[in-house]
Design a protein. Structure first.
Length: 89
């Protein structure tokens, strides 16, 4: 197997990891930020829903699955990159 195939596989897995995981992470962070703004406003009005100031619902199942798949693809990309440097050396 040529060293360049390892490098192409690493690049493909890295791009796939980014395309799968990053949008899910951004969606989670945006929802968390919007929830924080809502709670801050409701707290200012004296109608806060939680004693701590804001709810933390966490990731949805779909977001969690996509982030895990992105991490797994990132590990594959690193494995392929190590394979490239091992084979090329």
């Amino acid at each position: 197997m040529s060293a360049w195939i390892w490098l192409l596989a690493a690049a493909a897995a890295g791009v796939a990891a980014y395309l799968v995981g990053w949008p899910a992470w951004q969606q989670y962070r945006l929802r968390d930020r919007v929830d924080a703004n809502t709670e801050r406003y409701l707290g200012w009005r004296g109608r806060s829903r939680t004693a701590a100031g804001r709810p933390s619902e966490g990731m949805t199942g779909e977001e969690r699955r996509r982030v895990y798949v992105g991490v797994a693809l990132g590990v594959v990309a690193i494995f392929c990159l190590v394979g490239f440097f091992t084979y090329a050396g």
